[in-house]
Design a protein around this ligand. Structure first.
Ligand SMILES: C[S@@+](CC[C@H](N)C(=O)[O-])C[C@H]1O[C@@H](n2cnc3c(N)ncnc32)[C@H](O)[C@@H]1O
Length: 209
């Protein structure tokens, strides 16, 4: 992977350090994860991308949706997170249908229109150039494909938590609703849903032709 933006190394190191304890610290039930995956409207045979996949908490659910003949691709900056996702993929028996890559959302190594859906779960605030990141996620989506940005807290709670943690992720924020709408619209993504509630933040958009 080419060197990224200033500060990106610190973000990678931050998540590398968290990787070993990540899964045991997660309190989100499978129902909630399933509801997020539902928003991608996947069909058997689809190719789906999970950006900032971390230890791969969505991967098995995504694989269930695109079987048979589909493909699940997870990308992340952090090799330690990806190592755990790989281990899980083996445990779950996800063979050729799963691909995990160290890659930066700002320079996704895939051709235009390659995926039926892109998910970005608990990762968007960490992208340093959010317009460029949305542009890349839109580029790799096929026309009619869905982008799903999801969190299990409100925007305010996500932003406050990152401010409190500080350090490498101190200023990492979800933008206000108006800005998110503008970001999506500027990349030919028509918003389907923008929801900001106490226990969830969702931005879902469809790539126009
Ligand atoms: C809060 S974790 C969420 C991981 C996983 N989606 C989950 O919910 O368990 C955010 C992930 O985004 C990754 N990340 C941060 N910046 C990234 C970038 N520019 N490109 C790709 N992944 C990135 C981090 O390495 C980290 O694994």
């Amino acid at each position: 992977m080419k060197p990224g933006f200033p500060g990106q190394e610190a973000i990678r190191e931050f998540f590398d350090r968290l990787a070993d304890d990540w899964d045991q610290d997660q309190v989100v039930g499978e129902d909630r994860l399933r509801a997020i995956v539902d928003l991608a409207c996947l069909c058997p045979g689809d190719r789906v991308l999970d950006v900032g996949t971390g230890t791969g908490v969505l991967l098995a659910l995504l694989a269930d949706r695109v079987r048979p003949h589909g493909r699940v691709v997870g990308v992340d900056l952090s090799p330690q997170m990806l190592a755990l996702a790989r281990r899980k993929g083996v445990t779950w028996g996800l063979g050729d249908e799963l691909e995990l890559l160290q890659a930066d959302v700002h320079a996704l190594p895939f051709p235009e229109g390659h995926f039926a859906a892109v998910l970005c779960y608990s990762a968007f605030p960490h992208f340093q150039r959010q317009a460029a990141a949305v542009g890349e996620m839109a580029r790799v989506l096929c026309p009619g494909g869905r982008l799903v940005i999801a969190h299990n807290e409100s925007r305010e709670a996500v932003n406050r938590r990152h401010r409190e943690i500080g350090g490498a992720i101190g200023g990492h924020e979800l933008p206000p609703a108006g800005e998110m709408r503008r970001l999506l619209a500027s990349q030919r993504l028509g918003p389907v849903l923008l929801k900001d509630e106490a226990d969830s933040y969702l931005a879902v958009a469809v790539r126009s032709c």
